[in-house]
Design a protein around this ligand. Structure first.
Ligand code: SF4
Length: 460
């Protein structure tokens, strides 16, 4: 077998924390070589099945390129509606494992030393690793997948394990308790154990089918994926702690980290939130003139019932999406706030002040009465149940999308005072976009000299 033919899957292809992966790192030479043109890597990439080789830019020439392509793959896949898989087919090629493991460690180290664990870059690195593992598993033959699952599980979860081992995964919601099958507090993954100890309890059901339904490969894959994501997160924290004791970080890592940030900013600049894929709606400072009647009522302060729901469930999602991701309903992508506001500057300086002021204008003022409700506002923007908004908590709760008009009418009927624009929309956010577009059009056309003034200027 030559070195470019398909080989058995190395467990390091899926798990960069395996002994095999650590061995690859130990055997790797000088860090400076990551910039050097690497003929072996280029050959593997260009010979990967279905790889598009017509675009030279999509071919990594060295390990630094490969590390950046790993991040670019994730960002483009997530944001670009015209994402072309064939430009990144080599990332699913098991033969790149040795290079890929080095690229993984380079990325993690660069992000750790430059940004630390509570950064957008760290969060995206962890997500990208999870997605890449998922995609690679999806490309394996069933027999290979089962062998890899068995091998990785035997090292990550040897023997009987209590569900409490997943405390971190459960608290960060990477796994839900309902995903797991438990017997006396132990997590059940093994088929023989399931059949012997639980199978007989399932009356009128085939225990084998129930095992496949409740556990099977799906849950094993999920557990492995989330555990490796958690390990990536923990490793970023460890490297960061160590880097604090060093005098000067390696400039190669700092340069890589800066390039990662550039990639993360690309969606905003290219096809993302400053114009959307269709170039229709921009993330821009709020224009209160374009707010619908229901939002204007809440901003003046709720004087009667529904105060808490109006501020927390209605106003918070509306203001945050209107400011940061106005075309959420047109795009088929789920974002987090830090994807569009990486430093949380708009959240701190524009969004929260507007919501808090509206809360204070209520009768009685919301926080005077119930100061703990600030936590619920943070939770509705995806930052968990915490009194302060911090990146490290992002994702613990969901960034709520704005209520539809139908829901407003049902749950907060006193807010709905429709005007003529309301006739053609189904959500207050759509109202905002419509009015914003109209106002911009009006502004643009009023700036152009009309026929009369053109005439006047010609006569002058
Ligand atoms: S119709 Fe919709 S946008 Fe208009 S006031 Fe009612 S809830 Fe608000």
């Amino acid at each position: 077998m030559n070195k470019y033919s398909i080989c058995m899957v190395n467990v390091a292809f899926i798990n960069p924390f395996s002994d095999e992966a650590r061995q690859i790192v130990r055997e790797y030479g000088n860090l400076n070589t990551i910039y050097q043109e690497n003929g072996d890597l280029i050959q593997l990439v260009t010979r990967s099945p279905s790889q598009n080789i017509s675009d030279e830019e999509s071919i990594p020439h060295n390990i630094m390129d490969l590390a950046l392509k790993r991040m670019e793959w994730y960002i483009k896949k997530k944001n670009n509606p015209e994402f072309d898989y064939r430009k990144y087919s080599y990332l699913y090629n098991r033969n790149i494992t040795n290079f890929d493991v080095i690229a993984f460690y380079l990325l993690v180290q660069a992000i750790s030393v430059k940004f630390g664990p509570n950064s957008r870059e760290s969060r995206v690195m962890v997500e990208a690793q999870g997605k890449l593992m998922e995609s690679r598993m999806g490309e394996l033959l069933l027999s290979e997948k089962r062998e890899i699952l068995r091998t990785i599980l035997s090292t990550l979860l040897p023997g009987k394990v209590k569900w409490t081992i997943f405390a971190d995964l459960l608290s960060s919601r990477k796994i839900k308790l309902t995903d797991l099958v438990l017997d006396q507090g132990n997590i059940i993954l093994d088929k023989d154990y399931f059949m012997e100890n639980l199978g007989y309890k399932l009356e009128h059901r085939d225990p084998g089918k129930m095992y496949d339904l409740l556990i099977g490969d799906k849950i094993k894959e999920l557990i492995i994926n989330r555990m490796i994501m958690q390990k990536t997160e923990d490793y970023i924290g460890e490297v960061y702690q160590k880097s604090q004791r060093q005098v000067e970080p390696n400039p190669i890592l700092l340069e890589l980290a800066d390039k990662v940030t550039e990639i993360l900013n690309q969606p905003m600049a290219t096809y993302g939130y400053r114009g959307g894929a269709t170039g229709k709606v921009e993330a821009s400072p709020l224009n209160q003139e374009a707010f619908p009647p229901c939002v204007k009522i809440v901003l003046e302060g709720m004087k009667s019932g529904g105060r808490n729901d109006a501020i927390i469930l209605f106003l918070t999602p509306f203001i945050s999406y209107a400011r940061l991701y106005p075309d959420v309903f047109r795009r088929n992508t789920t974002l987090r706030i830090s994807d569009v506001d990486p430093e949380l500057a708009a959240v701190e300086k524009e969004i929260l002040p507007l919501i808090h002021e509206a809360a204070e204008r209520c009768t009685p003022p919301l926080f005077e009465d119930q100061p703990q409700e600030k936590v619920n506002i943070n939770a509705k923007m995806g930052f968990g149940m915490h009194s302060e908004i911090e990146l490290k908590h992002e994702g613990e709760t969901t960034w709520y999308t704005p209520m539809s008009c139908e829901k407003v009418k049902l749950h907060l009927p006193s807010l709905c005072k429709p005007d003529k624009t309301c006739k053609s929309i189904g959500n207050p956010l759509s109202y905002y976009i419509r009015r914003l577009t109209d106002l911009r059009y009006e502004e643009a056309t009023s700036e152009e000299p009309g026929e009369e003034s053109k005439q006047e200027s010609r006569e002058e």
